[in-house]
Design a protein around this ligand. Structure first.
Ligand code: ZN
Length: 486
């Protein structure tokens, strides 16, 4: 058996074979850090995290690079997202970037997403991006406009569109894209943009002061850390066009060789059946989601659907994932409790409980099949049921067997899927459950005050909780609480 991945470049499931045996270079488009990450980011980065974890489980040495976009990612209005954040939040650009980059890592840490080996920032790689633009100009696949912009010429790269399967002649100027006079073809995209002095994020270049286009950063940084050709390019399917297509075009036109060999892209996330958007007011940050659900529940929810498909984030669906995770965790907790009472064994022994083999094989077969996490989760649950039967029926499980069971859950449930925390001690569980119970009681009391229009008592209760660092938010579906990060 071997790992097969669906490659968006060929639209086929392919046997995964890295360029250098045993080593994998992987690049994933990272966040634009101008606001808190939302549950759509949780879906994308948990999916990519499980890919990295599984590659490592399979024995590959993975170099995982995920960029931080802190300049050049424009809104449809033409405004830089960072500058919009600066305008709204009245912060220095780099203060804004630092704030939300730290939040992003805190959120990912909380979700158990293993940090990339390298998190390069676009603003720290301006010279590499300028070099890339110079190369493209020298090759005749880019041109300067009269006003200090440099564009990539899609007509000069005949393979443009091969990733997203779009044809240049079909790429008519859409309503979203303002057609600029200086472009030779409406689909040509900016490699470098001229910036006036009032634009804070700007750098000197051979074409005057300006800043790089968003697509340029990923090509420049992926090449710098992984080489001109590397193994896996991950990201969200919604960015296959224009972003990923433009990255591919720039890199292959510049270096005359394949860019990423496997394109692994994750499907989108909706909330209650509706596309998430700030204008609809249904955006849910990871911070808010973590106030309501455990990290393992959010991960298990993401993994309960195949990464390529869309998922619908509903309270019921995450709740169901939470229940499933709790069942697994209870099983593992019981195993560990029995193990503590069992006679000591050599923990270094590579023990395996033989009756688990069937389930472990099913797990690996599912993951090998383009990371079929719903099937892998089912295998883990089958394993849990089998273990429960043995725990109930066989009082004489040996320490070796118990250790073998624990090892299997540690490798697959914790190591690969990240849904079984190391600390499953009763005290950790009781504290969490007690806190949940107490908060539910307090919110119910506050609701009684509000129903009775006793605003004074309701507000006093909220204020006392706020003093303790507990924030209450009233939502259409009821009040929610979260611990303020102080
Ligand atoms: Zn990118």
């Amino acid at each position: 058996m071997a790992l097969r991945l669906y490659n968006y470049l060929t639209r086929e499931k392919e046997l995964f074979e890295p360029l250098s045996p045993g080593r994998v270079g992987m690049y994933v488009c990272g966040p634009t850090v101008y606001d808190d990450a939302h549950v759509g980011h949780a879906k994308l980065y948990v999916s990519m995290d499980v890919l990295v974890r599984y590659l490592r489980y399979r024995g590959f040495d993975v170099l995982y690079v995920q960029n931080i976009t802190d300049v050049g990612h424009m809104l449809d209005s033409g405004e830089d997202r960072i500058m919009k954040g600066v305008r709204l939040k009245r912060l220095e650009p780099m203060e804004l970037v630092e704030t939300y980059m730290r939040h992003y890592f805190e959120d990912m840490d909380a979700l158990g997403v293993i940090r990339p080996n390298i998190s390069p920032r676009a603003s720290c790689h301006i010279s590499e991006q300028i070099e890339l633009v110079k190369t493209l100009l020298a090759k005749g696949v880019a041109y300067e406009s009269g006003s200090g912009d440099v564009y990539f010429s899609v007509e000069a790269f005949p393979e443009y569109g091969k990733l997203s399967r779009r044809k240049v002649e079909e790429l008519e100027p859409g309503a979203r894209v303002a057609v600029r006079e200086e472009k030779r073809h409406p689909a040509d995209f900016a490699l470098w943009k001229h910036a006036e002095p009032e634009h804070i994020l700007r750098w000197p270049s051979p074409w005057g002061w300006g800043f790089p286009g968003w697509h340029a950063e990923c090509s420049a940084m992926a090449t710098k850390y992984l080489g001109q050709t590397f193994d896996i390019h991950g990201g969200g399917l919604e960015n296959i066009f224009p972003h990923n297509e433009c990255e591919l075009a720039q890199s292959e036109a510049a270096f005359d060789q394949a860019f990423a060999r496997y394109w692994v892209l994750s499907g989108s996330l909706k909330i209650d059946g509706v596309k998430m958007s700030k204008s609809l007011g249904n955006s849910l940050t990871i911070r808010d989601a973590l106030a309501r659900y455990t990290p393992e529940a959010i991960r298990a929810f993401v993994l309960s659907a195949h990464y390529r498909g869309p998922v619908d984030f509903t309270h019921d669906a995450v709740g169901a994932a939470e229940q499933g995770v709790r069942r697994l965790q209870n099983t593992v907790r019981n195993v560990r409790t029995r193990l503590k009472d069992a006679p000591a064994v050599d923990a270094a022994l590579p023990t395996r409980a033989t009756f688990l083999k069937e389930h472990e094989d099913a797990f690996v077969a599912a993951m090998d099949d383009d990371l079929n996490t719903p099937r892998a989760l089912a295998a883990l649950h089958n394993m849990g049921r089998e273990v429960n039967r043995r725990l109930e029926g066989d009082a004489d499980l040996t320490a070796e067997t118990l250790l073998g069971i624990d090892n299997a859950f540690r490798e697959l449930g914790a190591g690969v899927l990240g849904i079984i925390p190391d600390d499953l001690s009763a005290s950790a569980r009781i504290e969490t459950e007690l806190l949940d119970g107490l908060m539910a009681t307090l919110l119910a009391i506050r609701q009684e005050y509000r129903d009775a229009r006793d605003w004074q008592r309701a507000d006093a209760l909220r204020d006392r909780l706020a003093d303790m660092g507990v924030a209450i938010e009233d939502r259409p579906e009821g009040a929610a609480w979260r611990l303020e990060s102080r």
